[in-house]
Ligand binder design. Structure first.
Ligand code: FAD
Length: 318
């Protein structure tokens, strides 16, 4: 019995969730008294494998095959690895990529599939915590019928750190090319350029309190003055004022910046689901009872049209 954590990468970079998987995997491996194996499929496997060799990882496997993610290649590679390692737990990110192959691996290998876990515990049976009803409630369910494939939500576990002393090796998979039904032809950026708010250390995030699209200039000026990246709640994106890749929340992106400055954002559960992992949360809101203050470390109860210009001036902007 082992734990296998499968990394996620996109266009040459390992995604943060890959290192969070290692933390979740180490916890499970400790609970089950077994080893943690990490795996990376495709891309620059040599440097990815080196980066995945973090504290707590016992073995890193690199499967060389093409550059980018491919559903069919991943399904075949992870299936072969999981069987070879007798993996009781196959952990994958609950990302677009992970969701693309995890159910196939579970079905083909006779494993029970559990999606979107935000917490895991193991004591002979697997306990999985998930959110339900649009993040309004959390449920913890016991799943007894292993082995398992579990997709975990990003930003719920801290990233594994340090340099480990794992054994790193290449795992050869005889990929059935006839069963590979798609190839990546290229990438086309959607609006918003190459900004990834999930990578930002400081986010200035704007909500419906901004009232009008033309008022966005004000928060853009604050972001520029402070060197922050601009993000938003969903209504701003629904209005078409910012592109979708700026949306934080359950149906947007999960972010874990050092500082999250929420301006004119009420703190609805679906928004909080995407940013509660920030180190320091600061809120600016006219309503002292706004739910955002329940999770904020610091708050300014005030009108953003007064507070934001004052902040810009304080930080030396115009
Ligand atoms: P509001 O809730 O309208 O809050 C605006 C806030 O601004 C208020 O608290 C108000 O007091 C304050 N304000 C007003 N004027 C000022 C001023 N002058 N100065 C300072 N403060 C002011 N939402 C997301 O954000 N991300 C998601 O991913 C997401 N996914 C969803 C998925 C589902 C299935 C559902 C049902 C909903 C989802 N939502 C999501 C929507 C969510 O429920 C809320 O409607 C949304 O987060 C509210 O955005 P908001 O805080 O900007 O607006």
């Amino acid at each position: 019995m082992t734990v296998l954590a499968v990394a996620d990468h996109r266009r040459g970079d390992l995604r943060d969730v890959s290192f969070e998987l290692l933390t979740a995997g180490r916890e499970l491996a400790d609970a089950a008294g077994t080893d943690l194996h990490a795996a990376v499929v495709s891309g620059d496997t040599e440097s990815f494998a080196e980066d995945l060799n973090r504290e707590g990882v016992d073995h890193v496997h690199a499967v060389e095959h093409g550059e980018e993610f491919n559903h069919d290649v991943y399904a075949q590679a992870v299936e072969a690895l999981a069987d070879d390692l007798d993996a009781e737990f196959v952990l994958v990110p609950n990302s677009v990529n992970g969701l693309d192959y995890a159910p196939a691996v579970a079905t083909r290998t006779g494993r029970t599939y559990v999606s979107d876990a935000i917490d895991l515990a193991y004591d002979g049976a697997l306990e999985v915590t998930r959110e339900m009803y649009g993040s309004k409630v959390e449920t913890t369910v016991e799943v007894t019928d292993g082995p398992f494939v579990v997709s975990i939500r990003g930003a719920e576990w801290p990233a594994a750190e340090g340099v480990g002393d794992a054994e790193v090796s290449t795992f050869d998979v005889d990929v059935d090319e006839d069963a590979v039904g798609s190839t990546v032809k290229g990438f086309e950026e959607v609006g918003g350029g190459d900004v990834d708010i999930a990578d930002a250390n400081f986010l200035v995030s704007i909500g419906r309190g901004i009232e009008e699209e033309e008022n966005l200039e004000l928060v853009e000026a604050l972001a520029e003055t402070t060197g922050a990246t601009l993000s938003s709640s969903r209504p701003i994106v629904d209005n078409g004022w910012l592109p979708k890749n700026r949306q934080v929340g359950q149906s947007g992106k999960q972010v874990t910046p050092d500082v999250y400055l929420a301006i004119g954002i009420s703190g609805a559960v679906q928004h909080v689901a995407g940013m509660k992992g920030a180190d320091t949360i600061i809120a600016i809101n006219t309503d002292p009872n706004a739910p955002i203050y329940d999770i904020a470390d610091y708050g300014i109860v005030g009108d953003l049209f007064d507070v934001v210009p004052a902040l810009i001036e304080e930080f030396g902007g115009e």
